[in-house]
Design a protein around this ligand. Structure first.
Ligand code: PGA
Length: 267
């Protein structure tokens, strides 16, 4: 690894990825409507080569996939979570094989709501990331610090530990193909986004850690998203940062009138 900071060492441009995390919103009928409206709105903005993934609840994935395929929309199907076993007696869980069969391309793994509300551990995040990759899908592995950790000056340490544990055992090609999402917990759903500079500082450290552990090729290829209160008014400034390759959007992804300009701002 050279002594350069972040993408100074990796000047190539990675394809931006903007992901809409719908969380527990929208019935399958509402989802169909939202995807059609989004596609109409996206046709009216300049989106360059920005890739867009939509992550509805499990119950809407099939409907969303059907609309995307039938209307040949330029959108990727995503999921918000997955279990790491292929099949078996795991009541209530959904397997990566099932998602892959639905043409799911991106799977969010280790979102802070999964970690905090459902007690998901770094070990589970790691098993899930591996299961997603083993099924030819791409994990979006989420990391981020709490308010208290930031105040205590522990942000980088927390993020480094989550990366090390979450990506343990992956090879450089797998890490390079993955997406990492930096989502400070205090910014999620609060309307309080990280400043572009703060987000860049952490994303640059993420890329440095990837380079140190998995090599320069992985660090140059891995895409890093920022998430936490991304809105049409702040998206462009966040995307202007060197090590930020995309956005993971919660609340503002539910309304195509907000989400389309965010996609355009990521260009
Ligand atoms: P938010 O959520 O955009 O509503 O803050 C982001 C996320 O949780 O991924």
């Amino acid at each position: 690894m050279s002594g350069l900071e972040g993408s100074e060492a990796f000047p190539e441009r990675r394809r931006p990825l903007v992901s809409g995390n719908w969380k527990m919103h929208m019935t399958h009928l509402e989802a169909i409507n939202a995807v059609q409206k989004l596609s109409y709105r996206l046709d009216r903005v300049q989106r360059g080569n920005v890739e867009v993934s939509i992550h509805p609840p499990f119950t809407s994935i099939r409907s969303v996939q059907t609309v995307i395929e039938a209307d040949e929309l330029d959108l990727e199907v995503g999921a918000q979570n997955v279990y790491y076993e292929a099949k078996g007696a795991f009541t209530g869980e959904v397997s990566p094989v099932m998602l892959a069969k639905l043409s799911v391309r991106y799977v969010i793994v280790g979102h802070s709501e999964r970690r905090q509300i459902f007690g998901e551990t770094d070990r589970e995040v790691n098993l899930k990331a591996k299961a997603v990759l083993a099924n030819q899908m791409t994990p979006i592995v989420c990391v981020g610090e709490t308010d208290e950790q930031r105040s205590a000056g522990e942000t980088l340490e927390v993020v480094r530990a989550q990366l090390g544990a979450g990506l343990e055992g992956l090879d450089p090609a797998q890490v390079g193909s993955a997406v990492l999402a930096y989502e400070p917990l205090w910014a999620i759903g609060t309307g309080k986004n990280a400043t572009p500079g703060d987000a860049q500082e952490v994303c640059s450290e993420i890329r440095r850690v990837i380079g140190e552990s998995w090599g320069d090729a992985a660090a140059g290829a891995v895409r890093i998203q920022y998430g936490g209160s991304v809105k049409p008014k702040n998206a462009e400034a966040i995307m202007a940062e060197r090590d930020i390759d995309g956005l993971l959007v919660g609340g503002a992804s539910l309304d195509p009138d907000d989400f389309a300009p965010i996609v355009a701002a990521a260009r």
